[in-house]
Design a protein around this ligand. Structure first.
Ligand SMILES: NC(=O)c1ccc[n+]([C@@H]2O[C@H](COP(=O)([O-])OP(=O)(O)OC[C@H]3O[C@@H](n4cnc5c(N)ncnc54)[C@H](OP(=O)(O)O)[C@@H]3O)[C@@H](O)[C@H]2O)c1
Length: 287
C-alpha cells in the first residue's frame, strides 16, 4: 500500500489518477505534515510513501521550513517507527542545503533528511513541470496578457529552460515504485527540449494566440525588483520562487529520462493545447 502526501496538488492529482488507472493500491495522506499523531496513524500498514507535500506555491520562507523541511523530518521519524520501507521524493534541479535560494535550500535540506533516514529512497530532481493548471506556462501567458504590448524577458530571455510535462514526471514516479535499481538514487531529469526562455515564451504565445513585443530586462534591474515585488505584494499564483529559474539553470542531459526510465518525454508543442483556452488572464490571481 502506498501513501501519497500532497495528493491534492498539481503533481499529486495527476499521480493519483495514474495509480488508479494502473490498479496500484494507494491512498492520499489527509493530515498536516507536522502532526505526528496523524502521520503515525496514516502510515500504519504503508510500505511506500510518495512525498509531494510542499508549501512552495505559497511563496513564504517560513512555511518552506515548516512544511518542506520540518514536515519531511517528521515524516521520516514516523515512517521509521512503522512498516514503511521506502520514500519517493519529488525534488528540484539545483536543490542544495547551501543554496542562496530559499526553495532550493529547503529542497536540499529535505533531500538530506531523506537520504540519511536509513529508509530506502528514490529522489527525482526535476526541472519545472507544466500541464493544465500549472504555475508555469499558464502564468507566462497570463503575465504576457497583462503586460500588453510587451512580454518581459528577464536577462534578455537567454536562460536555458528544459520543462518537463507533468504526466511524464508522474510516469517516472510510477516507474520508480517498481524499480529496485533506483533504490537509494538521486536522479536528475528534465524534458527532451532545451531552449532559451525567449524561444519558449514565443512558442507558448503562438499556441495561445497572442502577439507581444519582446522586452529584454537586464538581470541587474530584475534581481532587486523581484524580492521587493514579491515581499510587499503577495500575489498568490505567482510565487516568488517562480523567479529562481532565471538564476539557476534548470537543465539536465537530453536523454536523462530515457536512460533512467526507458521513454522519451513529450515535446512541448504536442502537449500545450491547454493554453488555447480563455481565462488565462485571470489565472495569475488564483493560487
Ligand atoms: N510543480 C513543479 O514544477 C515541480 C517541479 C519539481 C519538483 N516539484 C515538487 O513536487 C512536489 C509537488 O509539487 P506540486 O506542484 O504538486 O505542488 P502543489 O501543487 O503546491 O501541491 C502541494 C501539496 O502539498 C500539500 N501541502 C501543503 N502544505 C501542507 C502541509 N502543511 N501538510 C500537508 N500537506 C501540505 C498541499 O495540500 P493543501 O493545498 O491542502 O495544503 C498540496 O496537496 C513538491 O515537493 C515540489 O517541490 C514540483
Amino acid at each position: 500500500m502506498i501513501l501519497v502526501t500532497g495528493a491534492t496538488g498539481f503533481v499529486g492529482r495527476s499521480l493519483m489518477a495514474w495509480l488508479e488507472r494502473e490498479g496500484i493500491a494507494a491512498r492520499a495522506y489527509e493530515g498536516r505534515m507536522n502532526n505526528p499523531i496523524t502521520l503515525r496513524e496514516e502510515l500504519e500498514g504503508i510500505t511506500t510513501v510518495v512525498h509531494l507535500a510542499s508549501s512552495e506555491a505559497r511563496g513564504r520562507n517560513r512555511l518552506l521550513n515548516h512544511v518542506d523541511v520540518d514536515g519531511s523530518e517528521r515524516l521520516v521519524e514516523e515512517a521509521r517507527r512503522t512498516s514503511v520501507r521506502r520514500i519517493i521524493f519529488a525534488s528540484r534541479i539545483g536543490a542544495d542545503p547551501l543554496s542562496m535560494h530559499p526553495l532550493l535550500q529547503a529542497k536540499g535540506k529535505a533531500e538530506r533528511i531523506i537520504q540519511q533516514s536509513g529508509l530506502e529512497y528514490t529522489i527525482l530532481r526535476s526541472s519545472s513541470l507544466y500541464g493544465r493548471n500549472d504555475r508555469y506556462f499558464e502564468l507566462i501567458v497570463g503575465l504576457a496578457i497583462w503586460s500588453w504590448p510587451f512580454v518581459w524577458l528577464p536577462g534578455g530571455g537567454k536562460m536555458g529552460m528544459q520543462p518537463l510535462w507533468v504526466e511524464d514526471f508522474v510516469r517516472c514516479l510510477v516507474k520508480s515504485l517498481s524499480r529496485s535499481t533506483l533504490i537509494n538514487k538521486t536522479i536528475t531529469i528534465a524534458g527532451s527540449e532545451q531552449l532559451p526562455y525567449a524561444t519558449l515564451v514565443q512558442q507558448l504565445l503562438d499556441v495561445a494566440g497572442y502577439r507581444r513585443i519582446p522586452l529584454p530586462i537586464p538581470m541587474l534591474i530584475f534581481r532587486p525588483i523581484t524580492p521587493m515585488l514579491f515581499n510587499w505584494w503577495y500575489w498568490p499564483a505567482v510565487s516568488r520562487y517562480f523567479m529562481d529559474r532565471f538564476f539557476v539553470p534548470e537543465v539536465a542531459d537530453h536523454d536523462a529520462v530515457f536512460r533512467q526510465f526507458g521513454f522519451q518525454p513529450a515535446r512541448i508543442r504536442d502537449t500545450v493545447s491547454y493554453l488555447r483556452r480563455s481565462g488565462l488572464a485571470f489565472r495569475i490571481f488564483r493560487h
